[in-house]
Write a new protein. Structure first.
Ligand SMILES: NC(=O)c1ccc[n+]([C@@H]2O[C@H](COP(=O)([O-])OP(=O)(O)OC[C@H]3O[C@@H](n4cnc5c(N)ncnc54)[C@H](OP(=O)(O)O)[C@@H]3O)[C@@H](O)[C@H]2O)c1
Length: 336
């Protein structure tokens, strides 16, 4: 075993929401990198079952016991990552679960520190939070509230915001591909995209090279952005780029699509969101921070920039918590 492998084998990463898509892939990537995993899930197959909406999960005492499992695996936690989310359902549930995930993360981090460990604590944000429409009730609003909690409650080291995450093969239903094929203006929306595997690799890189882990914990987290490769929205769904022909009905169709919110119908909601972005004031929404608005990367961060398909960048923050949408508007000289 290499020196690095031998070192990592004693290091444990705790994953909250371990049964989800990104957590599963991250667990695999971390294991391949030599880390041990403590998988905390809500239900089977995880022996460590925790419903984060239960108030006991917000108490460090609860996590002190649970982190014993980390010691049982031979180490104190190197990192604790919060993957818990709820994307659909009543607004109250969305808010409750997304916020509770961060509260559990903070409590787990406090417990770890009380035991003398200094894990990197990481929460995942979503570009959806920064949509110009600022939907207060849906997933975006719930994620925004969870993010705000990270900013105001000491204990979270890093918020890594993700843009579009691509799954291969894309699970998009046929009507989504049909719509994109017939609405070239929508298919042409520029995006930056990371595969789910890229997200996992970026998280491994962060765990290996924690960005300024605080001791005492930082008053507010480092804000990072995972930048992916450039693409057009249509490409994500296997629609080959084709010349845009002016169609009189297309703007009308886009406006109609933009009214879709689709509670309970996530793909309708996504199409509606894409249409609002295509029509809206921040059509560059999924490109991430506008050029020149992101802070200069630190030396530590420059090491984390992969030469491949993804890069970890500093994420500009603003007082009203809509950082790059505003920047994108300014870049496009649009009114606020
Ligand atoms: N996937 C994307 O495209 C994307 C894009 C941008 C940002 N993100 C962010 O990345 C993170 C992970 O996303 P994901 O797509 O991998 O999520 P996911 O597949 O939906 O997984 C979410 C996890 O949260 C768990 N969970 C839900 N309610 C819970 C509760 N009350 N107590 C404990 N656990 C609970 C779920 O457990 P069960 O399995 O038991 O339901 C599941 O394991 C989230 O913060 C998300 O906002 C994802």
């Amino acid at each position: 075993m290499s020196v690095l492998g031998a070192r990592c084998a004693r290091e444990v990463v705790v994953l909250l929401g371990a049964r989800g898509l990104l957590a599963s892939l991250t667990a695999r990537a971390l294991r391949e990198a030599g880390f041990s995993i403590v998988a905390v899930g809500r239900a089977e197959p995880h022996p460590l079952g925790v419903d984060v909406t239960r108030e006991e999960a917000w108490q460090p005492a609860f996590w002190s016991q649970l982190l014993g499992a980390a010691r049982g695996q031979g180490g104190s936690p190197r990192a604790i990552i919060n993957f818990v989310t709820c994307k659909q359902g009543p607004a109250e549930t969305l808010q409750q679960v997304n916020l509770a995930g961060v509260r559990a993360l903070v409590a787990a981090a406090t417990a770890a520190r009380e035991q003398g460990a200094h894990p990197l604590t990481l929460h995942l944000g979503s570009a959806a939070e920064h949509r110009p429409e600022r939907d207060a009730r849906g997933y975006a609003g719930a994620k925004r509230e969870a993010h705000a909690y990270c900013l105001t409650t000491p204990g979270v080291d890093v918020v890594l915001t993700l843009g579009i995450v691509q799954r291969t093969p894309s699970p998009a239903p046929a009507f989504v591909r049909f719509t994109l094929r017939h609405l070239p203006a929508l298919a042409a929306v520029p995006v930056k995209v990371c595969s789910a595997e890229d997200v996992a690799q970026a998280l491994v890189a962060l765990v290996r090279h924690p960005v300024a882990p605080g001791e005492p914990p930082p008053a507010s987290p480092s804000e990072l952005w995972l930048e992916g490769r450039e693409a057009r929205l249509g490409e994500l769904f296997g629609i080959a780029p084709h010349p845009v022909r002016a169609r009189t009905w297309e703007p009308w169709m886009l406006r109609a699509l933009a009214t879709l919110r689709g509670e309970g119908f996530p793909w309708l909601a996504r199409l509606g969101g894409f249409a609002r972005i295509a029509l809206g004031r921040a059509p560059n929404h999924y490109l991430g921070p506008a050029p020149g608005t992101a802070p200069t990367p630190s030396t530590e961060l420059r090491e984390l920039m992969s030469p491949g398909r993804w890069r970890i960048l500093p994420f500009p923050r603003s007082a009203d918590h809509v950082p790059f949408v505003r920047a994108a508007r300014e870049a496009a000289a649009l009114p606020p």
